[in-house]
Design a protein around this ligand. Structure first.
Ligand SMILES: Cc1cc2nc3c(=O)[nH]c(=O)nc-3n(C[C@H](O)[C@H](O)[C@H](O)COP(=O)(O)O)c2cc1C
Length: 257
């Protein structure tokens, strides 16, 4: 029986909800939660065309055709998503991560340039980011205390898995800002997909995200943009959903008719 979250995930990935096609995501190379153990010290650069299609098979669902998900469930998942205040084990499996990335890659993308790049840091591999962040802080703030540098080094341990989401801009007629927006939309899809799968996220950036040396340490190029350090795990301390009271938004929404 499909849960409301399955329906949300189907929608994010462009599958008709409740149809058997999505079963294939998990049937070919990836398993569902608990059945596979992510390698503790792996750094994986994931690229849809090479990895997802090879490992998962080509999605057969058609976006916007035959949806039978309940729109209120989708809206409920969107409006109830929060940034977790604390994340813990168990981490998402490779199967979950594939679904989360597939949701990311289903974001609107002008020209279908696929500007996104995903680097999955699991277990001990988070140390690569921690070390780079500590060195970045040290070079930005040479007089930082060793306690502060250590705290920076430890930041990636706030979640069992981190997906670094980056944008690689293709020069040409699609403006850079639109390619960045596509990667931002991908990141939000990933937050929602993780939520739909029962996991929490924290979308972080900070000064280290703009440091060329951090990008190089992650195998990115200096001219790539780190859009998110997406912390992923099981929610240990949830955030508080935002509530709209209809008055605060007055200056942000205007109807013209
Ligand atoms: C591009 C981007 C970068 C962000 N960077 C940080 C960050 O470095 N640190 C942080 O605490 N929150 C950061 N946030 C905000 C949080 O992810 C979160 O959305 C915010 O705290 C609101 O909480 P909520 O998602 O539960 O509504 C960032 C959000 C975006 C969109």
């Amino acid at each position: 029986m499909l849960s409301e979250f399955d329906n949300v995930l189907d929608m994010l990935c462009g599958f008709p909800a409740g149809k058997p096609e999505r079963e294939g995501i998990f049937a070919n190379g990836f398993s569902s939660r608990g059945e596979d153990t992510p390698r503790a010290d792996s750094v994986t650069i994931v690229n849809l065309s090479n990895i997802l299609v090879r490992k998962l098979g080509k999605p057969t669902g058609q976006a916007n055709q035959g949806h039978n998900f309940m729109p209120n469930q989708v809206l409920s998942a969107i409006t109830n998503r929060t940034s977790a205040r604390q994340l813990a084990l168990p981490s998402p499996t490779r199967g979950h991560i594939a679904s989360i990335i597939q949701a990311g890659m289903s974001a609107p993308d002008h020209g279908r340039l696929q500007p996104w790049r995903f680097i999955v840091l699991e277990g001990a591999a988070r140390g690569i980011l921690g070390e780079a962040m500590a060195e970045s802080l040290q070079s930005r703030t040479p007089d930082a205390s060793s306690a502060r540098i250590n705290a920076e080094r430890n930041k990636p341990n706030r979640a069992p898995t981190i997906i670094v989401v980056a944008a690689r801009i293709t020069p040409g007629k699609i403006p850079e800002v639109e390619q960045l927006l596509a990667v931002g939309a991908a990141t939000q899809n990933m937050c929602l997909a993780a939520h739909a799968l029962g996991f929490g996220t924290m979308w972080k950036t900070g000064a280290a995200a703009y440091d060329s040396k951090v990008k190089l340490a992650l195998g990115l190029r200096e001219d790539d943009h780190i859009v998110a350090f997406l912390y992923l795990g099981t929610v240990a301390l949830p955030g508080v959903p935002r509530r709209f009271n209809g008055s605060d938004e007055g200056d942000k929404i205007r109807f013209i008719n």
